[in-house]
Design a protein around this ligand. Structure first.
Ligand code: C2E
Ligand code: CA
Ligand code: CA
Length: 561
């Protein structure tokens, strides 16, 4: 007994020394394990390591065995330990089938030694897991920390200056997922990442920020190769049938000055995000290089967003009215309500804030604010016995997905008891099929209620004839850019297109309003093409309420045309 204890003490001593000294030396450790196993008549010793419970269940872990004499038939002792990071470590000792009864002390000693061993295994494995968990995400991509660490080391070696940092966002990836399925979508992302890794190699780093967004840093010398991947590569998503998809990205890059005063990854992140957001608003495959002007643009966006709610509550938005005029008799036959933000006595034009409000659904609240004010004005005019014209309000496409949109509009109009035919809603065209059907639903619904509808900005962008064939609009608002110039030849393409679109609209019973008419010459073109209604600076700019009211009283312009 005495002797046995001494042996145990010496095993423990050696075990502790071997497992606590860096670097770890496997050979003497293995010898010791053999000695212990023989001394204690063990047949086999196994340790297992799983990073999570789930991996344990699936048997996806690492298994080590430093001793196995081939006679293991029965489990003698088994310990399962969960580390504070929720990793699972299991140690199992086996003996032969005819193993003699063991004393409690003997089991105790084995238990202690096994604890030291699995403690050691978990520590060693965890160092590797820290690398994996700390610098890789669940899908095995480098993560943000890997990027930050790379920046730190490059900076330490004085090699950061002159390098190129990037943030990319794959184009239309939600659509790709819808088209080819999520699983294949994931495969595409993995393969795209691999292409980036190949292009960058040892000259930089690529990390995934999650989803379809990547960041990284690379050397100027390989710029061409990397830019090629940003601009677009074909990725196979179905090996059997050799099916490929073109993956393009919106890339924002920042060229680090040389020398570069590094203040941590945050500053670089800011810049590449700003550039990539700008790229997102441009055409596919575009690469935008950061410059300081973009930063002020971003501050502007932030400011508009943070000021918007209070401005709405304080009624800082004013409705301006721009008359629509019958060019034959110069009579005002309608008006468009346009928004102005009156802030600290200056007027902010809509182009400075509407696109920002359209980035989220803030625009919807503004549009309803405008509708309320227009209805209130019309109500007042009616109550005062004035002659009233139909007023159009602009509705952003952002509303289209709102299934209660129709009810909401009607409830506002009815709240002010405004006859429906005095209200017109202007909507712009949409590019996707999903929105097209929403658009149709909304327009038909409004028509059923007697509210007028207009296609705004026709002729800009994606105008398709389906739009006027499949949806029963009342009005086509034709953008000034679609109107042919006066000096254009009669048989020029734009003259022909203009003529035929107008004729088609009339045939279908749709009225046309030409926007942005500024000159007598333009009026002449309109007349030639039988367009009767114009809206533009030639008659008036959008007017503040009182001025518009006095125009309405006059009813007609008296301009020499
Ligand atoms: P839009 O709906 O196409 O409005 C017509 C724009 O053309 C107005 O610009 C108007 O001032 C301008 N315009 C009118 N006549 C002429 C002309 O003869 N020459 C030129 N160069 N321009 C002319 P505005 O008021 O700055 O509005 C810009 C855009 O902002 C509008 O374009 C519309 O898309 C948006 N917007 C304005 N108010 C609202 C609103 O309440 N809700 C929504 N969703 N959008 C609005
Ligand atoms: Ca409009
Ligand atoms: Ca327009």
């Amino acid at each position: 007994m005495e002797k046995y204890n001494e042996k145990y003490m010496s095993f423990m001593n050696r075990l502790i020394r071997l497992t606590h000294v860096e670097p770890f030396d496997h050979e003497p450790y293995k010898e010791l394990i053999h000695e212990i196993c023989e001394e204690y008549r063990l047949a086999k010793g196994v340790s297992e390591f799983y990073t999570t419970f789930m991996k344990e269940q699936r048997g996806e872990g690492e298994v080590y065995c430093d001793f196995d004499n081939g006679k293991a038939e029965r489990v003698l002792l088994r310990l399962r330990i969960i580390t504070s990071t929720k990793a699972v470590v299991i140690g199992t000792l086996y003996c032969a089938a005819d193993d003699a009864e063991r004393s409690a002390e003997e089991i105790d000693e084995l238990d202690m030694m096994l604890r030291i061993i699995i403690g050691f295994v978990s520590r060693r494995r965890l160092v590797r897991v820290i690398e994996e968990f700390g610098f890789k995400d669940m899908d095995g991509f480098n993560n943000y920390r890997a990027f930050a660490r790379y920046l730190d080391t490059e900076n330490f070696e004085n090699r950061l200056g002159g390098k190129i940092a990037f943030h990319i966002d794959l184009h239309n990836f939600t659509m790709v997922n819808q088209e080819i399925g999520r699983e294949k979508g994931d495969l595409v992302i993995h393969r795209y990442y691999k292409k980036l890794l190949e292009a960058i190699g040892d000259n930089g780093v690529v990390s995934r920020l999650g989803g379809d967004k990547f960041i990284g840093l690379f050397d100027r010398t390989i710029k061409r190769n990397v830019y090629d991947v940003f601009s677009g590569v074909a990725i196979t998503y179905d090996d059997e049938n050799d099916k490929k998809i073109d993956v393009t990205s919106a890339a924002g890059v920042y060229m680090l000055p040389n020398p570069y005063a590094y203040r941590g990854p945050g500053d670089i992140m800011d810049k590449i995000m700003i550039a990539s957001n700008t790229a997102k608003r441009q055409t596919e495959g575009s690469i935008v290089v950061y410059d300081d002007k973009m930063k002020s643009a971003r501050n502007h966006i932030k400011k508009i967003r943070s000021d918007f709610r209070t401005a709405l509550d304080n009624e800082e938005f004013a409705v301006y009215y721009q008359p629509k005029v019958n060019i034959e008799n110069q009579e005002i036959i309608g008006a468009e309500a346009l928004c102005r933000w009156v802030k600290d006595r200056t007027i902010i034009p809509p182009d400075d804030f509407i696109p920002i409000l359209e980035m989220n659904t803030d625009i919807c609240d503004l549009d309803f604010y405008m509708l309320e004010h227009v209805c209130a004005d019309i109500r007042r005019w009616l109550d005062e016995g004035k002659e009233v014209v139909r007023v159009s309000v602009n509705l952003s496409r952002k509303h289209l997905v709102d299934v209660e949109l129709l009810d909401h509009i009607i409830s506002v109009v009815d709240k002010y008891k405004v006859p429906h035919e005095y209200i017109e809603v202007e909507l712009t065209e949409t590019t996707t099929d999903v929105l097209f059907s929403d658009l149709k639903r909304v327009v038909c619904g409004l028509q059923d209620q007697g509210i007028w509808t207009a296609v705004d900005d026709f002729g800009v962008g994606f105008s398709s004839l389906n739009l006027i064939r499949d949806i029963p609009w009342n009005v086509l608002k034709i953008d000034r850019s679609f109107v042919p110039k006066d000096d254009e030849a009669e048989d020029s393409v734009s003259n022909k297109m203009f003529k035929h679109v107008i004729a088609l609209a009339y045939d279908l019973g749709i009225k046309c309003v030409i926007e942005g008419v500024e000159t007598v010459d333009q009026l002449e073109v309109l007349r030639r093409n039988n367009c009767l209604v114009a809206q533009g600076y030639f008659f008036d700019r959008p007017l503040p309420l009182e001025e518009f009211e006095s125009r309405l009283e006059q009813k007609c312009y008296n301009l020499s045309i």
